[in-house]
Design a protein around this ligand. Sequence first.
Ligand code: CUA
Length: 309
Amino acid sequence: MGRAVTVLGHNTDSAFLVIAGVCVMLFLAIIGLTAYFVFRYRRSNGEIPEDIHGNALLETVWTVLPIFIVLYMFYYGWLGYDARRKAPEGALTVRAFAQMWAWSFEYENGVTSDRLVAPVGRPVKVALNSRDLIHSLYVPAFRMKQDAVPGLERTVWFTAEKTGEYDLFCTEYCGTGHSQMLSKAVVMEEAEFAAWLSGAPEAKAALATPSAGPSGAELFKSKGCVACHTTDGRPLVGPTLKGIFGKKVRVSTNGKEREVTIDEDYIRRSELEPASDVVVGFPPVMPPQKGVLKEEEIEALIEYIKSLK
Ligand code: CUA
């Protein structure tokens, strides 16, 4: 997995080493003694087994000693857990949203991104939410893992020590597209981060007037469509969107198959209530976007899909 790149990550690693070390020592002691006794008191030595009834000293030792060992491991684990619960004052706050099957990260100035972008050396607090069911945010290099539970905001934080791109993914099985719920945590130099935060394409779009909102292509990524639909002709969890506008397609409507022509109304209905017409051959797993997408976002996506020749 490589070295941790956060301070808390190093704590996690040392807690892991301590616990693994205790386990290895116990393992060696138990197996070593077992092997020794098997050899030392073997039957061919003429040993006669004898029942023993109670030994207060021995019983006290093997009760008290493990209590301390377990408390020691608990103490190490608690230190790490406690440090993770309280983000330092003045941490940069990022709101993270999980949904089937994509991540989106929202910054205080309204910028949204499908990657968790963070400055190096500065504490970043992630306020984690889910739009549908339980997902789990995991960045192995940060040793950071937290469930995203609908209706309950959980926070985690980290201070990255090194710039770079680190894997970020969902680690709670959440349905067909779970394995595609992949993204990156991108750690930048402070200046680069500031530029990104104010000048990224997504940033410009989010800060501009609503009529010039994010383009359909950007929404296609940031709203998670890309997790299930390709634009290059390959089917994924859902059908590809390449060249579909104006084509006829067989759908299942209330359990009955019928043929429809893909027009603007059809795309709109498929975004808002995907279960109403399900393309034959694909599972009915798309989450409805009613109340999720804004009107101008629906229109931008329709225009984008029309443009995919
Ligand atoms: Cu989201 Cu697995």
